[in-house]
Ligand binder design. Structure first.
Ligand code: PLP
Length: 375
């Protein structure tokens, strides 16, 4: 720590240098984040000193959080859903499983959850933190969870099932209705991870059922800071009813509220305010336009790849494309040398490109031009 403070110009210059090292989104096809909408940025700044961990000091901001949950619930076919704004999909997934543990009177070190092989690594974190084990069900040839295999992994120590609406690697949507039936048949908690797909599927030309419309779904993770165009950190954890959220309550000693359900104690109201602002600004119509552009650009990218002889592992369902190549890691490295950021999938190993709103048609053309010099 410095003995004396610095001045604005010096600090801005110092941090400005660091900022120059960051990669502009226009070169990034590996991330599920994007430039937030300008209204979200503006409102984030307005709410930067708010703390939703102490809601009676910030009743206005707390009311915005409730309105936000109302809007997300409405989007997910349950306007009266309970929930709170999290820091993102990881926190939502951990908290959903914490809820499932509290509902079952079972020794958590014996407990297991059944998930598709395609789940996000946040479930591994949840398993380590909560002491529960994970059973991974096989995927079908479309990279969706196989409900039959999920059923075969359920035993008396299973506390929850997980399905994904918008998988991280392939952008695939599990057969949530089939998994919902399993949850009902075995009386199990079902959490849907729609951290990515939650702001895509409802705005597609032909949305599939993935949310509270499906009987048996108890909670959903949906991230405004991914396709919701909000600022980081902004996630949503939605429950079918208040009694589920209450499973997370702990008593609080020194704050204005007697109980807390969130994982973080102090938490920024900017997450809720910016998400609310961008939803208010765009409306369903605005999101439909964004999603439609992303899907169009996904198809353009896929067609270029096919013209080059590179087949996708699955036909894109959302705005994620994969391409089978001989040595994905080597191609990823060569692209990196040309300042393009893509990722690779695990099984099968392929190139993976996420077509976020910043991946415009021009970006796709520039990317393909460089890829052609490599493949
Ligand atoms: N779930 C899915 C399907 C994801 O794709 C991601 C992140 O990409 C997460 C959860 C974790 O979200 P976060 O990084 O916001 O915690």
């Amino acid at each position: 720590m410095w003995e004396t403070g610095g001045d604005d110009a010096e600090i801005l210059a110092d941090l400005g240098e660091a900022r120059k090292l960051d990669v502009p989104y226009s070169r990034v096809l590996s991330s599920m984040c994007t430039n937030p909408h300008p209204i979200a940025v503006r409102i984030h700044q307005e709410f930067v000193n708010t703390n939703l961990g102490d809601p009676k000091l910030f009743p206005g901001t707390a009311a915005i959080e409730r309105r936000c949950i109302g809007l997300l619930g409405d989007l997910l076919h349950l306007p009266g859903a309970a929930g709170y704004m999290t820091t993102g999909g990881t926190e939502s997934n951990i908290q959903a499983l914490r809820t499932a543990i509290h509902l079952k009177q079972i020794d958590r070190y014996r407990a297991n959850i059944v998930v598709p092989e395609s789940v996000h690594y946040s479930f591994e974190k949840a398993s380590q933190l909560l002491g529960i084990s994970i059973r991974r069900a096989k995927l079908d040839d479309q990279m969706r969870a196989d409900p039959g295999d999920m059923a075969s992994l359920i035993d008396r120590d299973t506390i929850a099932l997980v399905a994904v609406a918008g998988t991280t690697e392939f952008g695939q949507i599990d057969q949530i209705e089939a998994v919902g039936k399993l949850a009902q048949e075995y009386d199990l908690y079902l959490h849907v991870d729609a951290a990515f797909g939650g702001f895509v599927i409802p705005f597609m030309a032909k949305p599939v059922k993935f949310d509270f419309e499906v009987p048996g779904v108890k909670s959903i993770a949906i991230d405004p800071h991914k396709m919701g165009m909000s600022t980081i950190p902004s996630g949503g954890l939605l429950y079918r009813d208040e009694s589920l959220l209450k499973q997370l309550e702990i008593n609080v000693q020194y704050l204005t509220s007697m109980v807390q359900t969130s994982l973080a104690g102090t938490r920024s109201g900017a997450s809720a305010a910016s998400a609310y602002a961008v939803m208010r600004y765009l409306g369903r119509e605005g999101y439909r336009q964004i999603v439609s552009r992303c899907i169009d650009n996904t198809v353009i990218l896929k067609d270029h790849l096919i013209d080059m002889g590179l087949e996708p592992v699955i036909d894109p369902v959302l705005n994620i494309v994969t391409a089978r190549v001989n040595d994905p890691q080597a191609i990823r490295k060569r692209l990196f040398e040309k300042s393009w950021y893509v990722s690779t999938t695990t099984h099968p190993c392929a190139l993976r490109m996420v077509v976020m709103p910043h991946v415009t048609e021009d970006v796709v053309q520039g990317f393909i031009t460089d890829l052609k010099t490599i493949v």
